[in-house]
Write a protein that binds this ligand. Structure first.
Ligand SMILES: [Zn+2]
Length: 91
């Protein structure tokens, strides 16, 4: 019993790993229960989960914005300038 409680309350490394895992896939029931109980008592891991979720939302937002922008296309002038510079290096 003592070992179980120690595992539940003093295992931030496992809680952090599970917090990140649950964003990608469904946790097992045992993992969900462990994480839920740990988060009830550990403010650090709760904050980690909040910050991690905020970072994920920000990345998703950036990805959406980038996909809405037209693709970058080099101008003919820039291509010619680059070609000239590469030719100078090759000579
Ligand atoms: Zn923790």
């Amino acid at each position: 019993m003592k070992q179980t409680l120690h595992y539940l309350f003093h295992n931030c490394e496992e809680a952090g790993r599970l917090s990140l895992m649950r964003e990608a896939r469904q946790l097992s029931l045992r993992q969900q229960i462990f994480l839920h109980i740990h988060l009830l008592f550990c403010r650090c891991c709760r904050n980690f989960g909040i910050i991690s979720a905020a970072i994920d939302r920000n990345f998703a937002h950036q990805r959406r914005q980038m996909s809405e922008q037209p693709p970058l296309v080099a101008s003919e002038e820039w291509k010619n300038k680059l070609r000239d510079e590469l030719n100078q290096i090759a000579e």
